[in-house]
Design a binder for this molecule. Structure first.
Ligand code: SF4
Ligand code: SF4
Ligand code: FES
Length: 324
């Protein structure tokens, strides 16, 4: 017996920069089974209702990464997202192109920014010519070493994380979650001879721009968890290089600040992050903050129950999880 169908309303983003002054949304309604993938719905729209709709897809099996798009404002693979839960939650299916990349037509974007950042991290092993890989021997890595980058090979380069990332939106120079997750994969590979150099190069304007919002991890269809790999990269950068620029100094300062008294001493954190010159440049903002929160200049004191804070730090230090 065929599955029961539901009436599915699609509001699809339409824009042809060569012809249209601005984007519009076209509405299409189809009878579909609830388990129908959104991509199948869009292909039926194109076959039966509007052959002019442009979209990108290939495998229809969540493997090639071609069909990433915004579905009800979330980055999704259209071929693995069924219509039923979207209709139950939103009453309709709003389909838009991926964000943070220019629209070529309708749901098709120009992925040049995504791939440019990927190429810039040099996504290949960099070997030291003075220490060539031993010829004729098996891979010299231990299972534990391979385990360190277990998640990153799952990446299918769909760009869903790049589309979801607010740091990319705010600063197009930010490499984005996928490029940074790939970078992590090479930084922890013991065969790669450019660990330190990679960390030095990625820090200014790169690593520390991440807002730790985890939207990339939520969007990733392959559980690469890019935000966790970025956290690991930050830790590796501080361990290898110390507090060499504002992002890493802020991280180290934040940790030590809380450790001292159990609460954040904001004026001290500005000093630790930006030095005296930074403090001078922030005086106006500091005065505004003081008017709202005069307690920021109160004499520092330890919070009640500080013993518990100390125990947390001791446990983290003994587990090697204490971070920078
Ligand atoms: S956690 Fe960082 S990289 Fe991931 S989406 Fe947020 S800002 Fe972007
Ligand atoms: S990390 Fe995940 S979301 Fe980002 S490109 Fe790879 S598979 Fe897609
Ligand atoms: S069509 Fe290949 S991942 Fe969706």
């Amino acid at each position: 017996m065929p599955d029961a169908t539901v009436s599915a309303t699609f509001d699809v983003y339409r824009f042809d920069p060569a012809k249209d002054a601005k984007p519009r949304y076209d509405r299409y309604t189809l009878e579909l089974a609830p388990h129908t993938p959104i991509l199948s719905g869009l292909l039926r729209i194109r076959a039966e209702l509007d052959p002019s709709l442009a979209l990108r897809y290939s495998c229809r099996s969540a493997i090639c990464g071609s069909c990433a798009m915004q579905v009800n404002s979330k980055s999704r693979l259209a071929c693995e997202t069924p219509i039923g839960p979207e209709l139950a939650r939103h009453g309709r299916i709003v389909v838009e192109p991926m964000r943070n990349q220019p629209v070529l037509r309708d749901l098709v974007v120009d992925q040049e920014p995504f791939w440019r950042h990927y190429e810039q991290i040099e996504p290949h092993l960099i070997l030291d010519p003075r220490r060539p890989m031993p010829e004729g021997t098996p891979n010299p890595m231990s299972p534990e070493e391979v385990e360190r980058f277990r998640e990153t090979p799952r990446c299918i380069a769909c760009g869903a994380c790049f589309s979801a990332c607010p740091a990319v939106e705010a600063d197009p120079a930010f490499p984005g979650p996928m490029a940074l997750a790939k970078l992590y994969r090479f930084v922890v590979d013991p065969r790669d001879q450019a660990h330190q150099d990679r960390l030095v190069r990625i820090q200014p304007g790169g690593l520390w721009t991440c807002l730790r919002c985890h939207l990339c991890t939520e969007a990733c269809p392959k559980d690469v968890r890019p935000s966790e790999r970025i956290r690991d990269l930050k830790e590796l950068a501080v361990r290898a290089l110390g507090g060499t620029e504002p992002g890493s100094r802020h991280a180290v300062g934040f940790k030590n600040n809380i450790r001292d008294r159990g609460l954040l001493e904001e004026s001290k954190l500005v000093r630790q992050t930006s030095g005296l010159a930074g403090v001078a440049s922030q005086i106006g903002q500091g005065l505004r903050l003081y008017r709202k929160k005069p307690e920021i200049l109160r004499a520092p004191h330890r919070i009640e129950g500080y013993d518990e804070v100390e125990k947390i730090y001791e446990t983290l230090d003994s587990d090697g999880e204490g971070g920078p």
